[in-house]
Design a protein around this ligand. Structure first.
Ligand SMILES: Cc1cc2nc3c(=O)[nH]c(=O)nc-3n(C[C@H](O)[C@H](O)[C@H](O)COP(=O)(O)OP(=O)(O)OC[C@H]3O[C@@H](n4cnc5c(N)ncnc54)[C@H](O)[C@@H]3O)c2cc1C
Length: 325
């Protein structure tokens, strides 16, 4: 089937694409491409364009307009739908992020096509794209395809092999004329979250998660100390979030973030199915729990039956020693 695979850029709001785009562009190229980036932003940068090219984008459709900031799903979806109608890509991919979950679902509705949300695999079968995506909180994997193109999909981070950056590659930059619709919502105020200084949950290669066993918000400092030593993000179970110990953006699970890091370590997390839905595709799972019957041990690669308040400081010390060597 003719047409490109578009990769909708997730950026850091400061003119640089996030590293998850290496995974999306890498997968688009692996499927036969051509892999093209579509970048809606109020602020692009030359370094950002070079970065996209180095990850294999053969072309960048750059829609740069001050009216695109701040992000509002309705505005972005309408602009993207107009561009898609002009250029007829065969597929439109984006990473699973808070913005793109909404944006690509809106786009699919607008274009009257299907979406494979949270995809974890793709194959081409006689010119038709087949996506694999988890259902029933990750208990089953379903294979889906589309009745019509463009095939729209969001891709779960840390699942697809990232494209290796090749310096010096170039991409044609197209600046199409797209009408930016006026927003139905008025933007009132933006409040920046204070940064923890640790990696972002969905981008991190290592995630440490604390559950109700942490006993209180003051104890997360021991997980953050470990996070600083090994470069890990710190997340939480819903029990901890509901108790007000951590903000909702740190929640892992069915009604929180979906993560797929190289290493997940759960401390005082029982392993309820709704939590597993957000982390079961992690490459290596380590669980520390006082209760040997805790369900998390069923999916853990390594388990320690112990009091987390003894294990965490010891592990942190050992990691420190190892990394200082
Ligand atoms: C519709 C719906 C959506 C949901 N979405 C989510 C979601 O997105 N994410 C999510 O996480 N949950 C979600 N839940 C809630 C989920 O069912 C569980 O209630 C929740 O995950 C439990 O959190 P927990 O493991 O921290 O707490 P608990 O189940 O109470 O487990 C605490 C664990 O800590 C252990 N522990 C206690 N003290 C220590 C210690 N000192 N050292 C070591 N271990 C200790 C205990 O043995 C226990 O296993 C959802 C539920 C519903 C109904």
């Amino acid at each position: 089937m003719a047409g490109a695979i578009w990769c909708v850029v997730e950026d850091d709001r400061n003119g640089l694409p996030k590293k998850v785009m290496a995974e999306v562009l890498g997968e688009a190229a692996r499927l036969g491409g051509p892999a093209e980036a579509v970048w809606l932003t109020d602020k692009a940068s030359d370094d950002g364009l070079k970065q996209l090219a180095s990850w294999g984008a053969t072309k960048v459709w750059l829609v740069e307009n001050a009216e695109l900031s701040p992000y509002r799903g309705g505005v972005w979806a309408e602009a993207l739908a107009e561009l898609a109608a002009q250029q007829s890509p065969k597929a439109i991919f984006g990473p699973v992020t808070s913005r793109q979950r909404e944006l690509l679902a809106r786009l699919a509705a607008r274009l009257g096509v299907g979406i494979s949300a949270d995809s974890v695999g793709f194959t081409m079968e006689s010119d038709r794209l087949i996506a694999t995506r988890p259902v029933y909180a990750g208990k089953l994997l379903s294979r889906v395809t589309w009745a019509k193109s463009p095939w729209i999909a969001t891709l779960r981070p840390n699942v697809f092999r990232p494209a290796e950056a090749v310096a010096g590659k170039t991409a044609a930059v197209e600046r199409p004329t797209v009408k930016i619709p006026s927003a139905r919502m008025k933007f009132v105020e933006r409040r920046e979250e204070t940064s923890t200084g640790l990696p972002e949950l969905t981008e991190a290669e290592i995630v440490i998660s604390g559950g109700r066993g942490m006993k209180g918000p003051e104890n997360y400092v021991i997980l953050e100390d470990m996070g600083k030593v090994i470069g890990a993000a710190v997340g939480a179970s819903r029990a901890a979030v509901d108790a007000g110990w951590r903000p909702h953006r740190f929640q892992i699970g069915q009604t929180g973030r979906t993560i797929s890091p190289k290493l997940y370590m759960g401390f005082g997390v029982s392993g309820a199915i709704q939590h597993l839905a957000g982390m079961r595709t992690s490459k290596i799972i380590v669980a520390v729990n006082k209760d040997p019957e805790a369900p998390i041990f069923k999916i853990a690669d390594y388990g320690i039956v112990a009091d987390l308040f003894e294990v965490v400081p010891t592990l942190t010390q050992e990691f420190k020693k190892l990394l200082e060597k």
